[in-house]
Write a protein that binds this ligand. Sequence first.
Ligand SMILES: Nc1ncnc2c1ncn2[C@@H]1O[C@H](COP(=O)(O)OP(=O)(O)OP(=O)(O)O)[C@@H](O)[C@H]1O
Length: 229
Amino acid sequence: MSTIEIEEVTVRLPTADEDLLVLDRTSLRLTERRVALIGPNGSGKSTLARLLNGLVTATTGRVVVDGLDVAKQGREVRRRVGFAFTDPAAQLVMPTAVEDVALSLRRLHKDKRERQRAALAVLDAYGLTGLGDRSVHSLSGGQRQLLALAGVLATDPSILVADEPTTLLDLGNSRRIADLLFSLEQQLVLVTHDLDLAARCDRALLVHDGRVVFDGPADEAVATYRAMA
Ligand SMILES: Nc1ncnc2c1ncn2[C@@H]1O[C@H](COP(=O)(O)OP(=O)(O)OP(=O)(O)O)[C@@H](O)[C@H]1O
């Protein structure tokens, strides 16, 4: 399993009036296979998740993934840490499904034909057979979410950070995505408002007002959060 170390990290983000304190002096060492981040809207969960692959920069402190400093070795870190956004539109950039997966595979397969073959195999593996030539905009929300995840997982990251991957989905699709996430060998860091999903994790962090206010077994974190609400 991978090791994520967050050492005395503070994040301040500029707003029109002042710098907003979004994450307050936080230290964590995450080694569990599945870690959930839960908490109210605007509490800092996405910010914490985004630190892990450098989408957000620590104002002070250090984030280290498998011994690599995110601020200094960002490129290597991004190869290890796959990031799946809530809204797949944020990461689907090519016109068709197969081209989108092929783009993710450009580092692994230099030859174009080989890349195309590999991309089609990825679509098959994720239950998207036959949709390769479809415009990504014509896919259903569930298919788009699956495609975005397939593109990230095709690069074989050692850690997957998924920011509310089931929020936009109906019950059936959200179950499919959840089953996929929980079948992964990789370390999973899951930001979610779905407390049943969070409770299935090995550890959960309850974030409130830019601080981790509970850190422990997922069922206890969920119970603490419910009691707070
Ligand atoms: N780029 C930014 N510039 C300024 N403020 C930001 C920026 N990104 C996030 N914030 C603020 O930081 C705080 C934490 O945001 P964050 O997205 O981490 O919360 P969250 O817990 O993931 O919320 P949600 O559950 O609503 O997605 C919020 O007050 C948000 O408005």
